[in-house]
Design a protein around this ligand. Structure first.
Ligand SMILES: C[S@@+](CC[C@H](N)C(=O)[O-])C[C@H]1O[C@@H](n2cnc3c(N)ncnc32)[C@H](O)[C@@H]1O
Length: 332
């Protein structure tokens, strides 16, 4: 692509992104469902302005996301399972979370001037944005957890701690495949409320326990042979990652395993682009979070007493770093 076209596409990328995320957030795809509806009909149901809605639906049709025939619209079949909240590849919750993130990204200039993250947007009840966030994690983690199961043999493990386990997606997927495994999902109260709903729905209350806690303040428990830390350390400043690595080491039995899933950066910190952009997501939302390199993360966990590192590539620019608890933190 020539440089002018490339920059113009980048500069105008917000148009597609905002139209897609707003339609998702306002429940337009969910209201369309698997049917065909006119803009007027949908506007009346969603209490939206008919002209504004029709303009938005036409832009989505221009993108091919909707199909438009005789002034009525439907979701193009290839996007149905992704856009519908109950679709089997749904991304609707993470798109709602992306919409919430967008409010912060729009204030990047302010962050660059102050060095401070943007406060939680006030125009939405906290409970709703938390649900978008936690259920959005499930949209991502459902796919990633299945991939971990394909690439890592979890059959030797008996007791797993899913640290910051959110909606318990990994614990559920892992426990389903491995009847010998029991899990503890450790997270803040709002996430644990959602995790409990999911564990109940999965029929796994006998093997997946929840524990409300703050991983900075509270103990993780003892006697685990596996600690899973998925998409957690990117929200932390380096000093906090040291603390989490040490507490994970203490929670593990000797010889136990830690698995850290992240959007790791290469050593030059410019690729993959998705991880470089993810660092902006942390910049606008957290005090000290960022995308870490694999090498930085290996050092953090080596200093906490882990050895025998290996890494596995996962889809969506993620990687899994796996290490064994050798029981001797550096300096102890
Ligand atoms: C990005 S999500 C990752 C969720 C899950 N591990 C996954 O990969 O889908 C981060 C999780 O960490 C939890 N969390 C954030 N701060 C925490 C804290 N101080 N103590 C415990 N959990 C925390 C959040 O509630 C959220 O569930």
């Amino acid at each position: 692509m020539d440089p002018k076209t490339q920059l113009t596409e980048l500069a105008q990328g917000y148009r597609q992104s905002i139209v897609l995320l707003t339609a998702c957030k306002l429940g337009i795809f969910a209201a369309l469902g698997r049917d065909r509806r006119t803009a007027n009909d949908l506007a009346a149901q969603r209490k939206l302005d008919p002209r504004a809605l029709e303009t938005t639906l036409l832009a989505l049709a221009a993108e091919g996301i909707l199909e438009c025939h005789d002034q009525s619209f439907c979701i193009a079949p290839r996007y149905l399972e992704i856009l519908l909240p109950d679709g089997d590849q749904t991304q609707s919750h993470i798109f709602n979370h992306n919409y919430n993130c967008l409010q912060r990204w729009c204030r990047l200039a302010e962050v660059l001037r102050t060095g401070q993250p943007v406060p939680e947007p006030a125009d939405e009840p906290e409970e709703d944005s938390l649900r978008d966030f936690i259920c959005g994690m499930a949209d991502i983690s459902r796919v990633a957890s299945k991939e971990v199961l394909e690439k890592v043999d979890l059959s030797p493990f008996r007791k797993m701690l899913d640290l910051g386990g959110g909606p318990a997606t990994a614990a559920i997927e892992f426990a389903r495949q491995h009847p010998q495994l029991s899990c503890v999902v450790f997270d803040l109260p709002g996430a644990i409320a959602i995790a409990r709903e999911e564990i109940l729905r999965a029929g796994l209350t006998d093997r997946i326990e929840t524990r409300i806690g703050d991983y900075y303040q509270d103990e993780f428990g003892q006697g685990f042979d596996l600690v899973y830390i998925s998409n957690i350390i990117h929200s932390m400043a380096p000093a906090d990652t040291d603390l989490i690595a040490r507490k994970s080491q203490q929670a593990l039995l000797p010889g136990g395993t830690v698995m850290i899933k992240e959007f790791f950066l290469e050593d030059d910190r410019t690729s993959p682009a998705a991880a470089a952009y993810f660092s902006i997501n942390m910049l606008v939302a957290t005090e000290g979070g960022k995308s870490y390199t694999l090498r930085e993360t290996r050092e953090i966990f080596r200093n906490a007493g882990f050895r025998d590192f290996r890494s596995i590539d996962l889809a969506a620019d993620s990687r899994l770093l796996i290490a064994r608890n050798a029981g001797t933190p550096t300096g102890s």
